[in-house]
Structures are given as C-alpha cells and as structure tokens.
Design a protein around this ligand. Structure first.
Ligand code: AMP
Ligand code: ZN
Length: 114
C-alpha cells in the first residue's frame, strides 16, 4: 500500500533498525521502545489488522509468530521470558494499520496490561 509507513519500511523507502528480514517478513526495533528490547515483526504483505487475516494467510501468520520467538531466543530472552502482542483497532490501541507483532523483553511485564 503506497501510503503505509510499515510498507515503506519493508521496501526500504523509510529507514529502520532492522534485526531480521526474509522474503515474507521484516523485524525492526520500535522507534518508541516500551521495554529494553521492543521489536516489531511484520509481513511484507499489507494486511491491515488481525481481523483481515484470511485462511490463505495461516502459514504467514505462523511464520510471524515463530519468528518473534526465534528473535527472542537469539537476543537471549528465552529463559527470562518476554511478551508478544497484537494490538487490533481502537480498543486494542492499534495506531499503525499494517499488521505487526510486538516483541517486548528485557524487564518484567505487568498484568493486566493498561
Ligand atoms: P501499534 O500501536 O500497536 O499500532 O504499534 C505501532 C508501533 O509502531 C508503536 O509502538 C510505534 O512506536 C511504532 N512506530 C511508529 N513509527 C515507527 C517507525 N518509523 N519505526 C519504528 N517503529 C515505529
Ligand atoms: Zn502496509
């Protein structure tokens, strides 16, 4: 999508601190980190929200979730633990309408979330 911030990061048009990329996915550090490690994992494909995942996207969704876990392991957070979050629409607090999985790590997380 031409005016989507995360599509522009995926294409390289807008710079980001990329920690992983392959043919389907890009992972980069959040510009306003909420934890010592705060990474966003996105599909290159423009999918607006979790509501918009189709049956055809199930493999991609699996890759996205598994990659967040692998990045957490690579960065040394597997044993201490971490949090993964999809925010969806207004009540979920979504502000960028290109599907992304937040990976938060490096400090204890509280529950319930705000
Ligand atoms: P959400 O509120 O779930 O839609 O998350 C959007 C996230 O994108 C927020 O945590 C922002 O800090 C982050 N963000 C916005 N612009 C950028 C950017 N240019 N590079 C990296 N992260 C960004
Ligand atoms: Zn997009």
């Amino acid at each position: 999508m031409s005016d989507c911030l995360f599509c522009k990061i995926a294409s390289g048009e807008i710079p980001a601190d990329i920690v992983y990329q392959d043919a389907q996915l890009v992972a980069f550090r959040d510009i306003n980190p909420q934890a010592p490690t705060h990474i966003l994992v996105i599909p290159r494909q423009h999918i607006e929200t979790l509501n918009d995942l189709s049956a055809d996207d199930e493999h991609l969704a699996g890759q996205l979730v598994r990659r967040a876990g692998l990045i957490a392991q690579t960065l040394g957070h597997a044993d201490a633990g971490y949090r993964t979050v999809f925010n969806c629409n207004v009540h979920g607090g979504q502000t960028v309408f290109h599907l992304h999985l937040h990976l938060l790590a490096g400090r204890p997380m509280t529950w319930p979330p705000g």
